[in-house]
Design a protein around this ligand. Structure first.
Ligand code: BGP
Length: 477
């Protein structure tokens, strides 16, 4: 398959899942620090007091904070020319509403970006990846409060000015559309004030969730406007979790139900962020879900100013939607929708669907006609380290190659796809379960769920497979 010249190949990470150093150099606690580790079987818990040693042995992530030079060198060895990472908001503003930023936090990302530049790697930076300073939860109940808009603007203005010569590509909120679900209410929007207990027990109303999202849209709009006015070299993007779904049968009722689900899950947020306005179907959706958004004068103008320059998304799996009572549902950790008898699943129940990526790319491009980036795609799996230290992961290589082939097809279809960053090029902590043993990396990290491990990095077989693919610009996929 022919990928365009200058195509960006890389990997994607998030601060809270791999940096560690959570209480170092003036960093404040983030939402994520108040989650315990968990597993497929046992959901994560939310605690008001931080209990890192007892319940969350993965609090230190993979200690990227102290290993970044080694890790970025390994990315460069694979041939990366793009590295997606997030800035930890509470490293910069420990409480979120502080008057002054934390210089030590700012200096850390200077070092990381300089290291990327040394290796010819373009950073792609997420401003908020499933976290915010916990103080904003305690005091304001996260994005429930309009006040968050100003705090987020201030944080973004600070990092834009600081890194204006080092970073060109920015994403505002990771998987913003997950805020439409209870799961997102914990990580994405921080609607967990005063809550303690299993994360799966969090319950919010559509009114609360969509109001919080409205505040995020306004914040996004203001930040994109600032970037476009003050830093013309910046390119601003959205980030959505794209869950392609198919009608469970050809019953028109299933086709319609799937259309509505696609609108709710996949299009609602990106329609706002790409087109700068709430979509035509929003009014009926709000009415049917008892949502009455409180808007302030100027909100819709701010949203209109938030049109992104490129569209980005994560893609892991697909699902099915049916109105039939006997339709079988998927079982697993954070799976979506019904089973598809034509697809296999990962050990965590995620239905593997490379052709779905080609379909998704075509659907998205047909709708928006702006450059696209696949900024997360990957396979969580159990890996075994052999006695000689090698790690054979043919399942991951197969997943990688099949999705690259699908992207090549989409490009041949005419889709303007410009980047691919594999999720977790180095093993890191799972966002959904808080565990280490769900590994995505091409690079193995000697770190285990009981808190043991040397943090040593090792190249898996997939490391060399991806290296080859990048070297041939996708031809050897
Ligand atoms: C996405 C998140 C990532 C990442 C990935 C894999 O939804 O943006 O942060 O973690 O999913 O999910 P998990 O870690 O639960 O396997």
């Amino acid at each position: 398959m022919q990928f365009p010249k200058g195509f960006y190949w890389g990997g994607a990470t998030a601060a809270n899942q791999f940096e560690g150093a959570w209480n170092v150099d003036g960093r404040g606690a983030s939402v994520d620090d108040h989650f315990t580790g968990g597993s497929y079987e046992k959901p994560r818990e939310i605690t008001i007091d931080i209990k890192p040693d007892v319940l969350y042995p993965n609090h230190d992530g993979i200690d990227f904070y102290h290993h970044y030079e080694e890790d970025i060198a390994l990315f460069a060895e694979m041939g990366f020319n793009m590295f997606r990472m997030s800035i930890s908001w509470s490293r910069i503003f420990p409480n979120g509403d502080d008057a002054q930023p934390n210089e030590a936090g700012l200096a850390f990302y200077d070092r990381v970006f300089d290291c990327c530049a040394k290796h010819g790697i373009e950073p792609l930076v997420t401003l908020s990846h499933y976290e915010m300073p916990y103080h904003l939860v305690e005091k304001y109940n996260g994005w429930a409060s309009r006040e968050l808009i100003g705090f987020f603007e201030n944080y973004c203005a600070t990092v834009f000015e600081r890194y204006k010569d080092k970073v060109k590509f920015w994403l505002t909120f990771n998987e913003i559309n997950c805020g439409t679900m209870d799961m997102g209410a914990m990580m994405e929007t921080g609607l967990i004030q005063g809550f303690e207990g299993p994360a799966s027990a969090i319950k919010t109303t559509p009114q609360q969730r969509y109001q919080a999202l409205h505040h995020q849209f306004v914040a996004h709009g203001r930040v994109v406007k600032l970037a476009h006015e003050k830093y013309p070299q910046f390119k601003m993007g959205n980030m959505d979790c794209f869950i392609l779904s198919y009608p469970g049968t050809c019953d028109p009722a299933d086709v319609l139900a799937n259309e509505l689900e696609m609108n709710r899950m996949n299009w609602y947020c990106s329609d706002v962020q790409v087109r700068g306005a709430y979509p035509f179907y929003a009014k009926r959706f709000w009415a049917e879900n008892d949502i009455e958004l409180e808007m302030a004068p100027g909100d819709l103008e701010d949203i209109a100013a938030g049109k992104v320059d490129f569209y980005t998304f994560s893609y892991y799996m697909s699902g099915t939607v049916s109105t039939h009572a006997d339709h079988e549902m998927t079982e697993g950790n954070m799976t979506f929708g019904g089973k598809n008898p034509y697809l296999e699943s990962t050990d965590w129940g995620w239905q593997i669907d490379p052709m779905g990526l080609r379909i998704a790319l075509n659907q998205i491009y047909a709708r928006y006609q702006i450059p696209l980036m696949v900024v997360e795609n990957g396979m969580g799996a159990y890996d075994e380290v052999e006695e000689d230290g090698s790690i054979h992961d043919p399942y991951r290589i197969a997943y990688l190659k099949s999705h690259i082939k699908a992207m090549g097809e989409a490009i041949a279809d005419g889709v303007d796809l410009i980047a691919y960053t594999w999720w977790g090029p180095i093993d890191l902590v799972s966002a959904g379960t808080g565990e280490m043993r769900k590994r995505y990396g091409f690079i193995h990290v000697d770190k285990y769920d009981d808190g043991t491990g040397t943090y040593e990095r090792r190249r898996k077989d997939s490391f060399f497979a991806y290296q080859k693919i990048i070297k041939s610009n996708g031809a050897e996929g």
